[in-house]
Design a protein around this ligand. Structure first.
Ligand code: HEM
Length: 418
């Protein structure tokens, strides 16, 4: 089990001497032993009170929350700030905080700015609108399974399927022409990697913003039926958002929508292949798919370390108090594997009755694209397993390289055969 530097006892102030600074002290983030389950250290943190002080990159400290009740209470607390401009903001990547503070994507804003921007986008992701996108998503997944099947085996489920599906879906929604499928993979692999410097993140996003900037002009001149056209002819034309902010908001939506499904689809496929009893049940009764997607979201919780916050005031949680002025991270995989909320949390059970997972976060920033995410994951997995019934892993689980250094958890490659 990995030791987390609990440092000062839970509930202590940030300015007290901190043993976590001792040379050799383990640091957060922790890595997953098995790609399906949270780092082993989360269990100990939860059992020790669920409020743990840890050393994070950049010489800072943050409080880690691992209990389901605490994660929800803290993320819903009005004093929980997402503003990356605060010095205590617990960014895990070198370039992440500086770039977020400068570009101000709405995921890193507080009300009323956050509310204003989110309102502009929320209508794009309603259940009704996502339902209307189903045929297009089905067509995209069918085309990409054709592509996968045309590859020699073993083929990589990430590069030859999931990345292609997630990129095509998000680009279709936004109205971004798909010249280069590798373009987004390259950008997000830099912007979402913890080791990227501020200069590297800025350069990668500069390329993306250049593309979006040109699209804004094109769509203003000739609007189409897509998200960017609607934002350009609506809020931008009415002066409700600046062009610079619009660039950031489109950029974060592209990034978030691409990276999450790209990682979730192959990991979920692999989880089902390693739980053949669950896959057999889905094959026998396709009505079980929506519930299976919820369970896979909980079980895998790929956005584990996305909710980064600063407590503007003291925030009480079950294990103590997050002191005003300190950063905290609401660990979604910790919450989603809390046995108090999900009995036998390490068991994948597609008919699990508990659906109150926090894989999409909780509170004001809860994933704005969740309806799309659910439908995309379901169709991508169903199409894959329907069309490739003999699909099987072509490498041992322990040999797969994990993307532990990226903001969204995933696997670099998932070799499969059929
Ligand atoms: C597997 C699928 C997905 C997962 C697990 C996921 C997870 C999350 C989480 C945990 C948050 C909350 C961040 C926070 O509290 O700080 C979030 C926010 C967000 N997500 Fe997703 N997401 C998924 C799919 C998508 C898709 C498909 C899109 C867009 C097309 C998207 C766009 C966004 C945006 C723009 C936000 C910021 C919302 C806000 O701050 O108000 N996500 N997502």
């Amino acid at each position: 089990m990995t030791e987390i530097p609990t440092g000062a006892p839970t509930g202590a102030r940030a300015d007290e001497p901190d043993p976590a600074q001792a040379p050799g002290a383990a640091a957060f983030p922790l890595t997953r032993g098995c790609p399906f389950t949270p780092p082993e250290g989360y269990r100990a943190m939860r059992e020790e009170g669920g409020l743990t002080r840890a050393a994070i990159p950049g010489g800072k400290h943050a409080w880690l929350l691992t209990r389901h009740d605490d994660v929800r209470a803290a993320l819903a607390h009005p004093a929980a700030s997402s503003d990356a401009r605060h010095p205590a903001f617990p960014a895990l990547g070198d370039g992440e905080q500086a770039v977020a503070a400068e570009l101000r994507p709405f995921i890193r804003m507080d009300p009323p700015d956050h509310t204003r921007v989110r309102r502009m986008l929320v209508g794009e992701f309603t259940v009704k609108r996502v339902r209307a996108m189903r045929p297009a998503i089905e067509e995209i997944c069918a085309e990409q399974v054709d592509h996968l099947l045309a590859q020699p085996t073993p083929a990589d489920l990430v590069g030859e399927y999931a990345n292609r599906v997630s990129t095509t879906v998000i680009c279709r929604l936004l109205g971004v022409p798909l010249a280069d499928l590798e373009f987004f993979r390259r950008i997000t692999s830099v912007s979402g990697a913890r080791g990227s410097t501020e200069a590297e993140v800025t350069a990668a996003l500069g390329e993306l913003f250049g593309l979006i900037d040109r699209l804004i002009d094109e769509k203003a001149a000739q609007p189409r039926d897509d998200l960017i056209s609607r934002l350009v002819t609506g809020p931008l034309a009415r002066g409700e958002i600046t062009r610079q902010s619009l660039l950031s908001q489109i950029g974060i939506t592209l990034n978030a929508g691409h990276e999450t499904s790209r990682n979730m689809i192959p990991l979920a496929a692999l989880a089902l292949l390693h739980h053949p009893d669950q896959l057999d049940r889905l094959r026998a009764d396709p009505e079980l798919w929506p519930g299976a997607v919820e369970e896979l979201l909980r079980y895998l919780s790929v956005a584990d370390v996305i909710p980064l916050r600063v407590a503007r005031e003291d925030i009480p949680v079950s294990g103590g108090v997050i002191p005003a002025g300190d950063g905290f991270i609401a660990l979604l995989a910790g919450a989603d594997h809390d046995p108090e909320a999900f009995p036998e949390p390490e068991r994948l059970d597609i008919t699990r009755p508990q659906r109150n997972h926090v894989a999409f976060g909780y509170g004001a920033h809860q994933c704005v694209g969740q309806n799309l995410g659910r439908v995309e994951i379901e169709i991508a997995l169903r199409t894959l397993f329907d069309r490739v019934p003999t699909l099987r892993p072509a490498a041992a689980l322990a040999d797969l390289p994990t993307r532990s250094a990226s903001a969204i958890f995933g696997l670099d490659e998932v070799p499969v055969t059929w």
